[in-house]
Design a protein around this ligand. Structure first.
Ligand code: ASP
Ligand code: MG
Length: 410
């Protein structure tokens, strides 16, 4: 919702659904750019703070973006002749824990919203925010409106949660990298969860986790289609994230390719190969609250081995320092090295459960492109490789072609 014109369009679209007989709860995000603008102001005043008192104020500040857009939407709906009322998270209330800037929703009281719906009103609930037990306003992390929407849908036992966004669905991969990428009509919840955690930025991952836990069908669709398109067409547009695998009409083995440049690789070399090593290294990293992703330990030679893993790029320097200062001396390892110029490319598909040879097809494709694989990790429905970041786009394009993702599955 970038302008009042756009807000008016949203109101017309919502009115269309409501007039067709649906009870509607709308969960707006802030007007575009607003959250960045607000957080930018805080940064001007205090560039490098991350303490709890500061984070509390950031939430107090950022939550105003959604308060404004929600009130504006209610006003626009009223101008369309609809009865409508907006609520901030604390008024509903949407209860969260107290982890400012990344709070988790604990419960939603549906009483007030149900009362308004029963009285024929369209209810607007601010996205992205809630309130903790002590009454402080909290926010759910960037992109958190998705999670608010799914949580409200779960609390209301809604038929479907429609996520209107700036893309018109979930694609086989990012169309900016592969122009032939195709929109998926359906994607299973498990695939979506993998794609969101592997770097697809369409939905906040927590919203997908929430949808999974409470079995809320979610549809991702475009906010740029004209508001007056036929409601039956709109109801089938975008991508449905589904729980019933038989509903999945496109039975491709691989459904999508995810990638990200968010990680860095760290290797501890010449580690004595004996029990307790993984714990000594990764325990120290975990104690520093650093998340580890891909891990490999090599075979040992002369009683020594190499141990490698990836962390978020933002934690790279901190992890190296920690290992050098604390872990190396205690471990008797020889050296810590690292590389921040890596990327992770993953193929995802529930079809991988029932088909063999998918990972080897991926490795062959990369070898034919002359791309060296540095690390591999797999789960039931995905295979990820860590490669040099300069080959990321080449790898994604080649894999997209090899798994025929540009062709609709038969
Ligand atoms: N306004 C918040 C953000 O920009 C929440 C959202 O858009 O989902 O991150
Ligand atoms: Mg968003």
């Amino acid at each position: 919702m970038g302008s009042t014109e756009r807000i008016r369009n949203v109101a017309k679209r919502v009115a269309k659904w409501a007039r067709a007989g649906h009870q509607m709860v709308v969960v707006p995000s802030a007007m575009s750019g607003e959250t960045n603008r607000l957080l930018g102001l805080a940064k001007e005043l205090a560039p490098a703070r991350a303490d709890s008192a500061y984070n509390r104020e950031l939430d107090m500040l950022a939550a105003t973006g959604e308060q404004a857009s929600s009130a504006l939407l209610a006003i626009a709906l009223q101008a369309e002749g609809m009865e409508s009322v907006s609520y901030a998270g604390w008024q509903v209330p949407i209860r969260t824990n107290s982890a400012y800037t990344k709070a988790r929703i604990e419960s939603i009281d549906d009483q007030k919203v149900r009362g308004d719906l029963a009285a024929g009103r369209v209810v607007i609930v601010t996205g992205f925010q809630g309130v903790d037990d002590a009454g402080h306003i909290t926010t759910l992390g960037r992109g958190g409106s998705d999670t608010s929407a799914v949580a409200v849908a779960a609390a209301m036992k809604a038929d479907e949660c429609l996520i209107y966004t700036d893309v018109d669905g979930v694609y086989t991969t990012d169309p900016r990298v592969v122009p032939e990428a195709r929109r998926l009509q359906t994607v299973s919840f498990e695939e979506m969860l993998e794609m969101a955690s592997l770097g697809s930025k369409v939905l906040q991952i927590r919203s997908v986790e929430f949808a999974g836990k409470y079995k809320v069908p979610m549809r991702v669709l475009s906010s740029f289609t004209p508001w007056d398109i036929d409601i039956n067409v709109e109801a089938k547009s975008g991508t449905l994230i589904t729980f019933e695998e038989d509903e999945k009409m496109e039975q491709a083995v691989v459904s999508g390719i995810a990638f990200n440049r968010d990680e860095a690789k760290i290797s501890v070399l010449g580690v004595p190969d004996k029990p307790g090593i993984a714990y000594q290294i990764l325990g120290a990293v975990a104690d520093a609250n650093i998340e580890v992703d891909v891990i490999i330990q090599n075979v040992s030679k002369d009683g020594k081995t190499d141990f490698s893993f990836t962390v978020h790029r933002n934690d790279y320097a901190r992890t190296i320092d920690l290992l050098k200062d604390k872990v190396l001396p205690a471990l008797g390892a020889q050296e810590v090295t690292g590389d921040a110029r890596i990327c992770k490319v993953s193929i995802v598909g529930i079809g991988m459960r029932s088909h063999v040879g998918i990972a080897s097809k991926m490795f062959r494709c990369l070898s034919e492109e002359g791309i060296n694989i540095q690390m591999i990790s797999t789960s039931e429905i995905k295979t990820s490789v860590v490669i040099d970041e300069k080959y990321m786009e080449l790898a994604v394009r080649a894999l997209h072609r090899v798994f025929e993702l540009d062709q609709p599955a038969a």
